[in-house]
Each structure stands twice: as structure tokens, then as C-alpha cells.
Design a protein around this ligand. Structure first.
Ligand SMILES: N[C@@H](CCC(=O)N[C@@H](CS)C(=O)NCC(=O)O)C(=O)O
Length: 221
């Protein structure tokens, strides 16, 4: 980023998988940013406070501010960063490789993560009346089928390389590492997913992934 570029600000929460994706992307692209914590559990949930709701009526982190411009949705943020700052691209060169990156990213961001999001789990144990055991069965069920499908997809994919697609990290890897972090936090058994674990290990050798880890963030508990 050159000296005249506005400072990037990431409104985020250390344990949020979606925010973790964007922190990885910022790190891979070498873009400095200010960290603004939006604590999802304190003060009744800071995502519901007017100053944050004003930025994102969805009341979900992350939001990236680039000067006066606010954008939410982690995949939109990552593609915005990639287009605005083309160095260290997170999308590959060919249409087919980009399609695969989006396919894998969306599988995680749309079909695994939302089912286990905080507000969904709260609704299950609140208005729906589920106990902790039923909630955990729900989490385990959706993680199991989601991760098994990803594993099968990657095992058969000739575009897979050291990373999800090819031999350079992409948006799909920005999604994979946080998704596996969340799966472990929810107590999932990871042995059935060796291809995912191999890619995760390759990612974790890169400083950007290490620096984005929830345990390294200022609001980490
Ligand atoms: N599709 C959105 C998901 C954003 C999202 O669900 N964020 C979660 C944290 S990972 C959140 O803010 N949850 C607050 C809540 O559930 O109240 C994205 O990719 O950015």
C-alpha cells in the first residue's frame, strides 16, 4: 500500500472465522490495518450497538473500512482487497482455477459456517428449546458432512497442489484454516480429513496464517 492510501480498518472479533479469513488475506497481501474489536459476547454483543450496526445492518463481523468505504461479507472483502491491491494475488490466473477457488470458499462460507454461527446456535438453545447435547449434535452433523464433501472434492481435484488450488495460497486457503480451527474448537475428530490437514499444515508454515490466528489477536481471551 503506498503512503497516500487510506488506512484500512478491520472491525472484527478474534474468534470469528469470517474475520480470521480476512486477517489471513490482509497478511498474505502484506497490507497493514487497524484492528477494531467488536466483541460478540460482551455488552450484550457489540455487533448490536448502533455504531457497528450503522456500518453493517446485518450485525455480523467482519467489516472492512477503506477510508469512507465500508464493505462486509468476508469473501467480498477478500476479492475487493485483491482487486484494489493486485500484488500477491489471492485469486489464480485462469478462469477454471478461479471458479474452483470460489467453489471451495463458498462451500465453507455458505454451507458450513452459517449453520454453526453464534446467532444460529443461540436460536437453537433459546426459542427452539434444544439442550447443549442437541446443539452439539447439530454442530457435529453439519461439520461432518461439510468437511467430508470438501475432503472428497480436494482429493479428486487435479487443480489441488500444495494449497487448495495450485501451489500458491488463495482465498480458499483463507477459508480453510479458520474452518478447521472452528471444527477443532467444537471438538470434531479431524483424522478423516487428511487432505484438508495436509493443506492446513502447508498454510501454517506461512507467517500470515500464524499472525492471523485467534490466539494472537488483541481481544483474544
Ligand atoms: N457470511 C458472512 C458471515 C459473517 C458472520 O456470520 N460473522 C459472525 C462471526 S464468524 C458474527 O458476526 N456473528 C454474530 C452473531 O451471530 O450474532 C461473512 O462471510 O462475512
Amino acid at each position: 500500500m503506498d503512503a497516500s492510501s487510506p488506512q484500512l480498518v478491520l472491525h472484527n472479533y478474534f474468534r470469528s472465522s469470517s474475520a480470521y479469513r480476512v486477517r489471513i488475506a490482509l497478511g498474505l497481501k502484506g497490507l497493514p490495518f487497524d484492528y477494531v474489536s467488536v466483541h460478540l459476547n460482551r455488552n450484550g454483543g457489540e455487533q448490536f450497538q448502533p455504531d457497528f450496526s450503522g456500518r453493517n445492518p446485518q450485525q455480523l463481523v467482519p467489516v472492512l473500512s477503506d477510508g469512507e468505504f465500508d464493505v462486509s461479507q468476508s469473501l467480498a472483502i477478500i476479492e475487493y482487497l485483491d482487486e484494489a491491491h493486485p500484488g500477491a494475488p489471492l485469486m489464480p490466473a485462469t478462469a477454471q482455477a478461479r471458479a474452483r477457488v470460489r467453489q471451495l470458499s463458498l462451500a465453507m462460507a455458505c454451507d458450513i459456517h452459517p449453520l454453526n454461527n453464534l446467532r444460529v446456535l443461540k436460536y437453537l438453545t433459546g426459542p427452539m428449546g434444544l439442550d447443549e447435547g442437541a446443539k452439539n449434535a447439530w454442530i457435529s452433523h453439519w461439520h461432518s458432512i461439510g468437511l467430508a464433501a470438501l475432503e472428497a472434492e480436494l482429493v479428486r481435484d487435479p487443480q489441488r497442489g500444495r494449497y487448495c488450488v495450485g501451489d500458491a495460497p488463495t482465498m480458499a486457503d483463507c477459508c480453510l484454516v479458520p474452518q478447521l480451527f472452528a471444527a477443532r474448537r467444537f471438538g470434531m475428530e479431524m483424522a478423516p480429513f487428511p487432505a484438508l490437514l495436509a493443506i492446513e499444515a502447508a498454510c501454517l508454515e506461512l507467517p500470515a496464517f500464524e499472525q492471523a490466528h485467534p490466539g494472537r489477536q488483541p481481544d483474544s481471551e
